[in-house]
Design a protein around this ligand. Sequence first.
Ligand code: SF4
Ligand code: SF4
Length: 158
Amino acid sequence: MGLVSEAELEPFSPEPKNTSPVLPACASCSACRQRCPTGAIDRERFLIHAEKCLTLFNESPGRLPPVYHKLDRKNPCLVGCLACQTVCPANQGKLRIEEAAVSFSVAETRHLLEEDRGNGGNPTWQSIAAKLKTIGIPHYQNRVPRNLRFLMSKAAAD
Ligand code: SF4
Ligand code: SF4
């Protein structure tokens, strides 16, 4: 996104000395590339291959694309992935991992797995929606059931 303005703006502060997009530690490290379950991180390319990144697919709305079903599922996260970031030595001690403030009951999990959950007035669904809100993903009401169904079908097939 670009922004065009005629406003008189203060000059930017000087650029930081280290403007390289790559950490010095990356010169002798390949932990993220080795940990990525789908091969989305390429030694020869700075940008990741987003078309292989689990996070892109499982956090996007709509149907999971056919390619997603072919991806290796060594890191079966319901939402996101972060395998590359949790293994990065530069992140050690900096990532904050929190226990989820909620858990889903058997009835709620069954309800999540139903293809046709009816309208949002169902009390079980209202409870699920409240929990998704508590953990900060109220807009994932379709993504979480979709991803859970996918993971369960993969587990059953393995
Ligand atoms: S988030 Fe997961 S799938 Fe995406 S690049 Fe990182 S390790 Fe690979
Ligand atoms: S794990 Fe971190 S330090 Fe290692 S190559 Fe990847 S980004 Fe660089």
